[in-house]
Each structure stands twice: as C-alpha cells, then as structure tokens.
Design a protein around this ligand. Structure first.
Ligand code: CMP
Length: 571
C-alpha cells in the first residue's frame, strides 16, 4: 500500500510540476524541457521540500526511452538503416574514440587515473536518444536525410555502448591489476566474444524471425476488431521485446525496443501502432527529463564550477567539432555536418548508466558522476540553442557544393525507399477503395471498419459447376463475389449473382439452415467471411446489419412468392 502510494505520489508530483514549469518555460520562450528538468531538480533529494523516489522515477524514465525508441523504429526500416551505414558506422565509432580520448586527456590533466579518464570520456562521448529525437521532431527532420544519418549514428553509438558496458568490468580488473595478466586477457576475449555473439544472435533473430512473426501476430489481433486489444498488443510487443532481448541477449532495453519498431515498420500496421503508442511515449519521455533533474545535485555548480564548464565545453564544442570534421571527411556537406553536430552535442541516459557502473567499480570518483549529471542537464538545456546556432552558421557560411552530390545520392536512395513504402500504402488504399466501390453494402462503414474488414476476409476461388453452398447444410460462412458469377437455385428458379453481390448471409443471420443451393457458373474469386467473424462484425455495425436484414427479408419474400406459382396452379 505504501509503495503504491509512493508510485502515485512520484508520478503525480512529476506530472504536476513538469506541467507547471514546462508551461512557464514556454511563456519565457524557453524550451519546455527546461521546465521538466527543473521540475526534476525540485523533486530531487538535493533541494528542500517533497522528495520523490528517484529509483522509481528512473525506471519510469527507462520506460520512456523504450517507448520512444520503439516509436523511432516504427519510422525506420531495416533498409533505411542500411542506407546510412557507410556514414553512421565509421562516424559513430570515430567520434566515440576521439571524444573518449579527449575526455581521458582532460581528466588526466585534473590528476585523475587513466581508468577514471576512460570512463569519463566514454560517458561524454554518447548522446541521448530522447533529446536527439525531441530536437529532430521539433524541426520536422526525423525523416530527412540528415535526420536519418543522425539517428543511424546514434543507433551505432547505442550498440557500441552495449559493448562498453560489458567490457568495462573486464577493463576494471586490468586497470586495477587484481587478476593476472593472462587471466584478465582471457576473460576479456571470452567476454568480448560472448557479447558479440549475443548481439549477432539478437540482430539475426530481429531480422529473420521478427518481420514474419510480429506483423502476423498484430494481424491476428486486428482481426478481432478490438481497439483495446490492439493497443495492448502494441505495448506488449514493444515492452516484451525490449525486456526479453535485454534478458536473453544482453542488449539494452532501448535497442530491443528500437528493433521491435523496425520489425513492425514494414507492415501497414505501423501507422496504427505509432498513433496508439504516441501519447504514452510523450508522457514517459517527460518522466525521463524529470528523472534526470532529480539526480542532479546543484551544489556541484558551486563546488566545481571550472570542471563543470570544462565538461560542458567538451560536450557542446569539442564533440561538435569532432562530429563536424568526421562528417566533412566522409565527404558530406556542411549542412549535414552541422545537423549531426548539433544533434549529438548533449549527453543522456547511457552516460548515467556508464557513470554509475564506473563509480560502483571504484574506477571513477563519485564527483565524476555529479559532473556528468551537470553536463547532461546543462547540455540538454542548451541543445535547442545549438540547433539555432546551426541555422545561423549555415546562413553565414558560404554555400559550397562540397559533398552535396553525396548527400543528394543518399537523399535519392532514401526517397526511393520512401516511395516503396508509399506504393505499398497506396496499394492498400486502393484495396480499401475498391472494396467500397465493388460492394456498395459497405459504403456506410468508416475507414477503420473497412480496414478491419479487409483483414477478416479470406480469399477463395471456385470453378464452374462447383457447388459452394448446399441447401439444408449448416452455415459456415458468407461469400462476397469479386469476380465471376454464381447461380442460386431456389424453388425451381435459378437466380444469377455477379461481382459486387453476396450470398450465404441468410442462414448466418437467422441461425437456420441454408435456404438454397449456390453453384459457381464461372471461375469465381470470392471473399469469404467466416461465421464467427461475420457475426461479430455485423453485431458491431448496426447499420450494416439493418441493410443485410432488409436484403435477406427481400430474398426470402421473393423465394416465398417464387414458390407460389409452383404450389398454386397458374390461373
Ligand atoms: P443462405 O440461406 O445462407 O444460403 C443460400 C444463399 O442463397 C442464401 O443464404 C442467400 O444468400 C442466397 N439466396 C437465397 N435466396 C435468394 C434470392 N432469392 N436471391 C438471391 N440470393 C438468394
């Protein structure tokens, strides 16, 4: 009971304060996330007043990262990732190495040990996904070529951090000199191989199995027509895969969630999944910023102002220059280089995890973590300014042609991929349109219901002379004719039915046996709706039910009238 109340108190206070300060920040023309961060500082243990549970807030923040990465994955196909790999992979690795070197040098100049320097450097070298995406979204750049490069770069950083988290303990031993040289090396190698093997297994499963399994599962859920179940399945897939892959393969939650999104991005459920998870993504992303603020001890600003400034400059200026140079060396234009630089001029979640690990292993002094938190808070706050500076720099710099060709090629490649997705969606749209054009009975259904119906239909063919329904049988399905023709034999009469018409609904509606024989007179393409799906769908759409009832009543009246001439001798 106590814990439950604590959770509610933490979430409630976080939302209330974040809202208030975010709103205030907006009116002061500051980015709202500055308000969220300050809400966190106010709720944290280092400021007076209410103290929220920071462990709990941290976990909620992790949920935010998971949902957000899932959302990014939904807009990112495996092909997009492959398209940017030539710049993202060398760029991210190069930047991590150089930034770590820079950080190590700075720490050693302060008199820290080599191990402490490496941990600090690594922490400063990785950027936060949440912050990056917020920035790209605000500027509508997530799907631009520059945005794709920045996100791809970040994914590679995340992958590299998975390795770093595993290797750090092994290095700790090496640097601490506890284990013998060989034992340590053996350990390192084995650890490295196991980790690489796990990551490879994870990627294989994600690429081979995922794209078949996950869309299939969602399709089954969508067929139920229950929105609630669908939203639930999206959350279950995102969180389930994130947690499962973290447990099984040792990759981070966020990376698992990202691949869950990528796996889904190829199916046309991706839009619905994105729309369903968006409000939760937003809510939890705010908790992420609040929890960063909560960990922050403002006294570090007074205790170590110069060190804080050095860390901040390394993050904002040092890393930016590195990223800028790397992108230019890779042959891309200044606009790309500046966008990537600004995107990565901050640090976040991974830095805290690494810093925590470094401190707990005795590699880095506790003040290192405080410095990193200060650096994170300040660089996140200043990040929108970095983007503003990019615009000004671009306007000021002379527009050269350097690298434009390469960027244009990448843009072309990405546009090609987008076109393919759009073609797929257009085809799906066409199917929907055809459905209504062909079957006027569905004209009243809204877009979602039509989508559901497309999922429920099972295609079936019939050859001329094939009996599809036998009079007196129990009903199993209703049939909608999309091509060909059938003949209904009832009371000695033959009634032809063609494309756009349907049959087999009477017995399903009345619960009686089949009222007539139905035989194909041509090669037919039929859309079948099984009885269970028929009943649930019709029950959910009363207007459709009315139409069907009316039509069935007409048909049975016609059969009764038609039977009369046989029983009553013609006058
Ligand atoms: P059901 O009774 O389930 O199986 C036979 C089907 O033939 C029936 O549903 C109707 O869909 C169709 N049918 C029966 N009578 C007529 C009619 N008079 N005109 C058109 N279709 C009919």
């Amino acid at each position: 009971m106590h814990d439950e109340a604590l959770l509610i108190a933490t979430v409630a206070m976080a939302f209330v304060l974040a809202f208030g300060l975010g709103f205030l920040a907006y009116h002061l023309r500051l980015p709202p996330l500055v308000g969220y961060l300050l809400a966190g500082v106010a709720l944290g243990p280092f400021t007076p007043g209410f103290v929220a549970d920071s462990g709990m807030a941290g976990q909620l923040a992790e949920m935010g990262v998971i949902l957000l990465m899932f959302g990014v994955g939904l807009h990112f196909s495996a092909a997009d990732l492959m398209a940017v790999r030539w710049i993202a992979v060398p760029g991210a690795i190069g930047q991590i190495l150089l930034a770590t070197l820079l950080g190590t040098g700075m720490a050693m100049a302060w008199g820290w040990s080599l191990g402490a320097g490496i941990v600090l450097g690594l922490c400063l070298s990785v950027a936060s996904t949440v912050v990056l995406l917020r920035a790209l979204e605000d500027r509508n750049q997530v799907t631009s070529a520059n945005g794709r490069i920045a996100v791809g770069w970040l994914i590679v950083e995340d992958l590299a951090m998975v390795l770093a988290l595993v290797l750090l303990p092994a290095f700790a031993e090496l640097l601490g000199g506890q284990a013998g040289e060989h034992a340590a090396e053996g350990n390192l190698l084995v650890n490295l191989l196991i980790t690489l093997g796990k990551v490879a297994a994870f990627v294989t499963v994600a690429i081979l199995l995922g794209p078949k399994l996950v869309p299939w599962l969602l399709k089954q859920v969508a067929r139920t027509g229950s929105r609630e179940l669908f939203t639930l399945s999206v959350l279950a897939v995102a969180l389930g895969i994130a947690y499962g892959s973290a447990k099984l393969f040792g990759v981070s939650f966020a990376l698992g969630a990202f691949f869950a999104g990528v796996v889904l991005s190829e199916s046309h459920f991706s839009h619905r999944a994105a729309a369903d998870s968006l409000p939760l993504q937003d809510a939890f992303a705010i908790l992420f910023f609040v929890s960063v603020g909560m960990l922050f001890d403002p006294s570090i600003l007074i205790r170590e102002p110069l060190a804080v400034l050095a860390v901040l400059l390394l993050i904002i200026i040092g890393k930016s220059i590195l990223a800028f140079l790397i992108v230019i060396i890779m042959g891309y234009p200044k606009s790309t280089a500046l966008t990537v630089s600004a995107s990565l001029a901050q640090i976040g979640e991974f830095s805290f995890i690494l810093a925590g690990l470094g401190v707990s292993m005795g590699l880095m002094p506790g003040e290192g973590r405080d410095l990193i938190l200060a650096g994170a808070l300040l660089s996140i706050t200043l990040n929108p300014l970095a983007f503003g500076a990019v615009d000004r720099l671009l306007a000021w710099m002379r527009r050269g042609t350097y690298g434009e060709k390469r960027l244009a090629r990448l843009q072309g490649q990405l546009a090609e991929l987008r076109k393919r997705t759009e073609a797929r969606e257009a085809e799906h749209g066409l199917q929907l349109k055809n459905l209504v054009e062909l079957f006027p009975i569905f004209a009243d259904l809204d877009a979602q219901a039509r989508e559901d119906l497309l999922l429920l239909f099972r295609p079936r063919t019939a050859a001329p002379g094939e009996r599809i329904i036998r009079k007196g049988d129990r009903p199993d399905a209703a049939y909608f004719i999309s091509k060909g023709g059938v003949q209904v034999s009832v009371g000695g009469r033959e009634i032809p039915l063609g494309p756009g018409e349907f049959f087999g609904e009477m017995a399903l509606l009345s619960g009686a046996r089949r009222s007539a024989d139905v035989t194909a007179t041509d090669y037919c393409q039929l859309l079948m709706l099984d009885q269970r799906e028929f009943r649930t769908f019709v029950a959910r759409h009363p207007r459709l039910r009315e139409h069907l009832d009316e039509l069935a009543a007409q048909r049975s009246a016609m059969n009764r009238d038609g039977a009369e001439p046989n029983s009553v001798p013609a006058a």
